[in-house]
Design a protein around this ligand. Structure first.
Ligand code: ZN
Length: 134
């Protein structure tokens, strides 16, 4: 069961510059800046009430974020839903006919197990499921 929108991911060309913009916009600095080597991204997180904003910058030219920006420019990259049990939720969605991009949950940014649902099955929006690593 989905608990809430955990965060919205925004693809940016330059994380440092984007952090300055979002710090002004949200009235405070990111609470975390983290690189996720396996995903080829540098990220920062801003708390916005119960949810968060994640800024994502490509850390190498083959990163999915680099390809996204090449095609679509900067902007909303994914919506992440917090779930209780990511494996159960992946099974449920597979049965419903959704294409899950990862076979198993992967370790994402900000201490979460994550997986992605293909945007072709979700009206063009990349969906991330995440479960807090406890
Ligand atoms: Zn995310």
């Amino acid at each position: 069961m989905v608990k809430k929108i955990e965060h919205i991911g925004i693809a940016v060309k330059n994380l440092k510059q984007a952090n300055e913009v979002y710090e002004k916009l949200l009235g405070g600095p990111p609470y975390k800046i983290e690189s996720v080597e396996s995903e080829g991204v540098n990220t920062s997180f801003f708390q916005t009430g119960e949810s968060k904003i994640e800024l994502l910058e490509a850390s190498h030219p083959n990163s999915a974020i680099a390809k996204f920006i090449e095609k679509k420019g900067e902007g909303i990259h994914h919506i992440a839903f917090a779930v209780e049990d990511i494996k159960a939720e992946m099974e449920r969605l597979k049965k419903e006919g959704f294409k899950i991009i990862n076979e198993h949950p992967i370790k994402g940014a900000d201490n979460q197990w994550v997986c992605f649902v293909h945007p072709k099955d979700t009206k063009g929006v990349l969906i991330e499921l995440c479960q807090k690593i406890t």
